[in-house]
Ligand binder design. Structure first.
Ligand SMILES: [Zn+2]
Ligand SMILES: [Zn+2]
Length: 164
């Protein structure tokens, strides 16, 4: 589809990987590096409960990022399906991909497709963020933020311990 890679069955898309997929690999490497750092540097220095919280945050990052990067963001596939719906006067045709767009959808020029509930094109996920993966995307941001807070707290405590 467009510039993206899809794995689907009977018009239903299960997997969708964006045009910036090398960045997916790059993010995977970063997440792996964070994992290694956590296991070898941080985890031995914290108590069991904090270790669990750390693993939970890390696991959340991986899962939400994978869903964001792989799930169909809401690609508009079938022009005829929307044509059948009566009373949709506000729909307009996308000249680039020949489908009827609905309200909130937008054409992404990087992906070359129209996306339902278009939010933005996210280079780090390598694809668009739309109605299909926006929840996973915001979960990912929340997990990353938790991870940063977790790391900062750990860092300050460790520095203080080393200083005393
Ligand atoms: Zn389009
Ligand atoms: Zn896009």
């Amino acid at each position: 589809m467009g510039n993206t890679y899809c794995l689907g069955y009977r018009g239903y898309i299960y997997l969708n990987i964006g045009p910036d997929w090398p960045l997916n690999l790059f993010m995977g490497l970063i997440l792996a590096a964070i994992n290694a750092f956590f296991i070898f540097v941080m985890a031995p220095r914290v108590v069991f409960e904090l270790k669990c919280i750390g693993f939970f945050i890390y696991f959340g990052c991986i899962v939400s990022y994978s869903i964001t990067a792989l799930k169909n963001p809401g690609i508009i596939l079938t022009p005829w399906e929307l044509e059948l719906e009566e009373g949709n006067k506000e729909e307009k045709m996308c000249k680039d991909c020949d489908v009827y767009t609905e309200e909130g959808s937008e054409h992404c020029f990087e992906c070359g497709i129209c996306i339902k509930g278009y939010d933005h094109h996210c280079p780090l996920s390598g694809k668009c963020i739309g109605s299909g993966n926006i929840f996973a995307f915001y979960s990912f941001l929340a997990f990353i933020f938790s991870g940063l807070v977790y790391f900062s707290v750990w860092f300050i405590i460790t520095i203080n311990e080393l200083g005393s």
